[in-house]
Design a protein around this ligand. Structure first.
Ligand code: NCD
Length: 291
């Protein structure tokens, strides 16, 4: 039994195996059999892609899903996360996929809950299954991570995707830079250099855009100016290398982070990322039960 909380405690060989597993599940369309396992997806923040691609991965592996809706649950009566997980575990749930607003929500659960916990996003902390699907998408494209030039652009400080991806891509030997407005810099993110999209757009292999995390902002910024100042405009995209790709974890604020005509452009891998999310999550379910 394994938890899947963050890449930080996992060695690179194991993470490479997860990438290979996901690619193999995608190619062969053959999945591990996890039937007779009961799982709950506990989402305390909104989600479309992550929640439903976990559900797809669970169904493809034959799992039994015990549905949970935070809005109609006893959380509304003040029940804690721990008591909710303990309750569901008592009635037979054997694995929890959890997204929560609180950074490191899992710390109170891990020592006290003896079934796998999968982190589906903790506050501004980590989003390891998104990172895995991003690794799969980049590896499929380039066959390596080493020496790739990757710019992560946008709301660095609030984005758990930026935090997870920058750390793991750096460990794999990619060259990371951050293109972010001054007010969204993150002083703890020292694995890359701070730059602007204009300076790097013609040199990078991957432009990884982020969603502006409006629900986490204390202060307002001008959305109308954002695209031209910091986002991926068609003019900037025209300077990309032909082999370079555009990524975004979505949901997208159209014409804020990216000009909407680029979302489905030939160099965009945004929907490939979503498809890969299902296979990455099958790899994670297989890991927590079968390693
Ligand atoms: C991300 C998330 O929720 O952290 N979305 C996702 O999982 N695909 C990114 C985001 O919401 O900005």
């Amino acid at each position: 039994m394994n938890h899947f909380i963050s890449f930080e405690t996992l060695d690179l060989e194991l993470i490479r195996d997860l990438v290979d597993d996901a690619i193999s599940f995608k190619r062969k369309k053959a999945f591990p059999n996890l039937s007779n396992h009961y799982i709950s997806n506990l989402f305390f923040e909104n989600s479309t892609r992550t929640k439903l691609s976990f559900e797809m991965a669970e169904k493809k592996t034959g799992m039994e899903i015990i549905y949970f809706d935070a809005e109609s649950s006893s959380i509304k009566k003040g029940e804690t996360l721990y008591d909710t997980v303990k309750t569901l575990n008592s009635i037979g749930v054997e694995c929890f996929v959890i997204r929560h607003t609180q950074d490191r929500f899992y710390e109170e659960l891990i020592p006290r809950i003896n079934v796998p916990i999968i982190n589906a996003g903790d506050g501004c902390g980590d989003h390891p299954t998104q990172s895995l699907l991003d690794l799969v998408t980049i590896y499929e494209e380039f066959g390596t991570f080493k020496d790739l030039n990757i710019v992560i652009a946008g709301d660095i400080v609030h984005s758990r995707v930026a935090h997870s991806d920058a750390k793991i891509l750096k460990r794999f030997g990619a060259n990371i830079s951050f293109a972010t407005p001054e007010f969204w810099r993150d002083s703890s993110m020292t694995m890359g250099t701070y730059t602007t999209l204009d300076k790097v757009v013609s040199d990078v292999d991957v432009i990884m855009l982020l969603r502006n995390q409006n629900e986490r902002h204390a202060q307002q910024y001008d959305e109308n100016d954002f695209l031209s100042q910091y986002g991926l405009t068609t003019e900037r995209a025209a300077k990309m290398k032909p082999s370079a790709i555009i990524m975004h974890p979505a949901p997208i604020n159209r014409n804020v982070e990216i000009d909407e005509t680029l979302i489905e452009a030939p160099q965009s891998r945004i929907f490939t990322q979503m498809s890969n999310g299902v296979f990455a999550r099958i790899a994670v379910l297989n890991y927590v039960f079968n390693s």
